[in-house]
Design a protein around this ligand. Sequence first.
Ligand code: PFF
Length: 447
Amino acid sequence: MASSSRGHFSSRLGFIMAAAGSAVGLGNVWGFPTKAASNGGAAFLVIYLAMVFLLAFPMLVAELTIGRHGQSNPIASLRSIWTKNRAAAALFGIIAMIASSMILSFYSILAGWLMGFAASPILGMLGLQTAADWLVNFSDLRNVLLALAFSLLTIYVVRKGVADGIEKWSTRLMPVLFILFGVMIAYIFTQDGAMEGLKMYLIPDIAHITPSLLVDAMGQAFFSLSLGVGAMIVYGSYLKKDVNLPKTAAQVAAIDTGVAFAAGLLILPAMFVAKNHGVEIFDAAGNLMSSGDLVFTVLPAMFDNMGSAGVLLGFGFFILMVIAALTSSISMLEVPVSCAQDELKMTRSQATWMIGGAIALLSIIISLNFGALFNLVANVSTVYMQPLLGVVWAIVVGWVWHRNKLLDEIKQGNPEIAQSLFWKIWPWYVRFVCPVAILMVFGYSLI
Ligand code: PFF
């Protein structure tokens, strides 16, 4: 059986760092604050928190449980539950693999830009202004080369395996990310204008709570917790049987939500600090600039205005983004790699190079046809595939899996769970509420 030779996370902390590393990414540091900023700040925050608690967290437990049960790649883990319909298990496992590869292909392009923005001020300081400018200006060549550089980083970590690559790097990088965040938030609060941003972030304006806000918040919650595409199924499969799944999932969700919240504490005040420095953050019509502009124009302009502290701060900010992106991208690549390893009997190194290479090629194709492909790939994978696959996993756990067998799995690591409130609510919740609620919100996004 494949499981005997499989890697495992060596400790619970290692797992939490890796899973939180997957969850904490550009979605938190960039997506969440910019969505909050353009959707009334606190209004978005409140709805987002509700979505995480009511939909994303129960689904995170479901996905981790599927993986931990199968102790194998997502296709085989699904098969271990869907014993009567192995073809469906394989089909949805493959769709999940495709979705995670698609996300990785556009994510690498964004992360590449962030690497460029991190390196640019340093090159500028060294007097290499032309190179510094090249790194921050949109061009096909820059997009391709930086996406390739980021893809190589991802391949490097995943090739090393679960404990030596994914866990080791997540455990190293996540604390760096927490510290950088703390320092930067503390700094931004010493600046004029920060309070205005803080007010916008923390005082809800009910007028902003609309149905489309629900759609955005659910999409954001699913993306942020890396749901749907098999990443949490495969990370769950590297968990040992003595781990308490609901508790661990709650910790991962709490870290993810905490980092998103902290990113808001950084970005919204930073916007208004930038405004104080004369940087435009609203367009002529009074609307907030688009999210790309916020991260790639507003923030760098603010750092520029801050002298040498700004250079350091800018470097810190973009490095933070790259770290967050890397601990996420490795979980995306792990989905197809684990499948190829078990199902096609490839070595980890072969699988990582082949699949990582193919996805990098996709990133190049998207980079060279940016206008036509970037939003298309991002939308298909995150707006359609993530929630719909989430519905499939809810059906697998809620309907296909026999309740007693599910209990047997979740009991390991938590022997008293049968008497808990969690067990009274969660199984029927995943059975009825999750699929219906996800489909309702998804349906609304179509009209
Ligand atoms: N959770 C990541 C973020 O918030 O940026 C994105 C992500 C990672 C999505 C892994 C999907 C995935 F499988």
